[in-house]
Design a protein around this ligand. Sequence first.
Ligand code: FES
Length: 103
Amino acid sequence: MRSPRSLVGGSPAGQFTVAFDGRELSAQEGQSVAAVLWSAGILAWRTTRVTGAPRGVFCGIGTCYDCLVTVNGRPNQRACLIPARPGDTVTTQEGDGHADLTV
Ligand code: FES
């Protein structure tokens, strides 16, 4: 039986895990953080500054900034662009992502 993978001679990508809000999610080499979250059925990982509305991917090409997320303690990373790496810790971002700086 022919499949798209067999036609191009592809092989499965490397597998690893990333943590999202304390959950272990499986990921494959080459996936963006957004793709990993989507694969796990997670569609929102940020809340807006003013109303707290949930946000996830909108454009998927790095233009709209709706997909901002905190990766390894760094807020405001575009999940649709940043590649997932083994051992990444991804957390939901609330507001502007700098709540730890408020006094
Ligand atoms: S979804 Fe628009 S910048 Fe990531």
